[in-house]
Every structure is written in C-alpha cells, then in structure tokens.
Write a new protein. Structure first.
Length: 94
C-alpha cells in the first residue's frame, strides 16, 4: 500500500493517504464485546457489600478522632451503620 501511495502522482497522493488511514481506522475499530453471563451478573450487582466500606471508613475515622473529634465520631457512626447493614445484607442473601 505504501508503494502504491508513493508511486502515485502528487495530486492523488493526499487522497490515497486519507483513504488508507480510513481503511485502517475502520478495520481496527470493534463494536461492543458480547455480553457473557458472568459480566451480566456483575452488572446486576449494585455497588457491592457495604461491610467493606464500613471497615475502611472505620479505619479512617480513628485518626480523624484525634484530629477533630466531631468529624471522627460522625465517620465512626457512619462506619458502624454501614457495617451492620453489610452483615444484615449477607445474612439476607443466604
């Protein structure tokens, strides 16, 4: 393809280059991948388990209590609520 473009006349060369670029671009673009059962099941789950977020937020709240007590206590309360919610959600699913 390069030889054909280089051997063409100077007036035709830009058009041939653009045509070659369009062919390459159109040939390499693919559509959406097919949906498999595993990816559909993963997409159906909304968010995940709040227990993990509660544990991380609880760990983050401990140093915050040293810096600014009201913010740390609020984060700890939210972490406790999320953790309880996560445990209940696991118990209900089984």
């Amino acid at each position: 393809m390069v030889d054909i473009i280089n051997s063409a006349g100077p007036d035709v060369r830009p058009g041939l280059r653009q045509y070659a670029i369009d062919l390459l671009r159109d040939g390499t673009e693919i559509g959406d991948p097919p949906v498999t059962a595993a990816s559909a099941a993963a997409a159906d789950r909304r968010g995940g388990n709040p227990l993990g977020m509660g544990l991380l937020l609880g760990l983050f709240s401990l140093p915050m209590m040293l810096l600014f007590l009201p913010v740390g206590l609020t984060l700890l309360a939210i972490a406790l609520v999320l953790s309880v919610w996560g445990v209940v959600a696991m118990a209900v699913r089984r």
